[in-house]
Write a protein that binds this ligand. Structure first.
Ligand SMILES: Nc1ncnc2c1ncn2[C@@H]1O[C@H](COP(=O)(O)OP(=O)(O)OP(=O)(O)O)[C@@H](O)[C@H]1O
Length: 211
């Protein structure tokens, strides 16, 4: 059995904007590309799955080979160590340098892989940025620091929100190559929200409730 993410009866909306009204899905290992019109709730869905937003109702469960099933709500810390999210704004602690971000992730995530961090830093051209605080970096470089961190954690679930947006051509090619590798390995679950084409095993279309 490979990794499986099961979303059951998800209900969530923002005030005046219902998004999910009892939505269920079953995500297998491999790269799944989430598509849908602007504002349908793709980014919100990734935040819900990351545990950064509470569901109004429903559940997210993770099945990993040889391990007991986990539920997001049961142990939020354990969930976050298995489910890594990278958003378009870069890492949250902007007073830390890019190098310190790597150090922080190493302490937080047992699955942090220092070699993969250095490979991502190299490929994304981040060496000159390592000594600067995230707040001092351009928005594109900030995103790259967040992305390098997420790609360095060998967690069973990786959630990428617009990983290609605002990247230079070389960095885009690197992210696509990482996704190709994930596709070939198909060992973990990678969910990607992107308006740019990404290599993927399957596409899932999202529509907001009521649209
Ligand atoms: N923090 C928030 N507070 C209130 N409403 C929000 C918040 N975040 C998102 N929304 C609303 O929820 C809806 C879905 O937003 P979301 O960013 O998840 O959509 P999306 O499908 O990722 O859109 P896009 O393709 O434009 O990036 C939008 O109508 C948005 O305005």
């Amino acid at each position: 059995m490979s990794a499986q993410l099961l979303i059951n009866d998800l209900v969530f909306g923002w005030p005046g904007r219902p998004l999910f009204a009892g939505w269920s899905s079953h995500v297998e290992a491999g790269v799944t590309w989430l598509q849908g019109p602007n504002g349908c709730g793709k980014s919100t869905l990734l935040k819900l799955l990351a545990g950064a937003l509470p569901m109004a109702h429903g559940s997210a469960r993770l099945r990993l080979p040889g391990q007991p099933e986990m539920q997001a709500a049961d142990d939020p810390l354990a969930w976050r160590q298995q489910v890594v999210w990278s958003g378009p704004d870069g890492p949250p602690f902007t007073h830390l340098t890019a190098a310190e971000q790597g150090g922080l992730l190493q302490q937080l995530y047992p699955a942090f892989d220092a070699k993969a961090w250095h490979a991502a830093v190299d490929a994304l051209g981040l060496w000159p940025a390592l000594g600067q605080t995230v707040a001092e970096l351009s928005s594109g470089t900030r995103r790259k620091v967040g992305l390098a961190g997420a790609l360095a954690i060998a967690a069973p679930v990786l959630l990428l929100d617009e990983p290609l947006a605002a990247l230079d051509a070389a960095s885009m090619a690197y992210v696509r190559q990482v996704l190709e590798t994930e596709l070939a390995a198909a060992r973990r679950i990678v969910l990607v929200v992107s308006h740019e084409p990404v290599p993927a095993s399957r596409v899932q279309i999202i529509r907001a409730a009521g649209d």
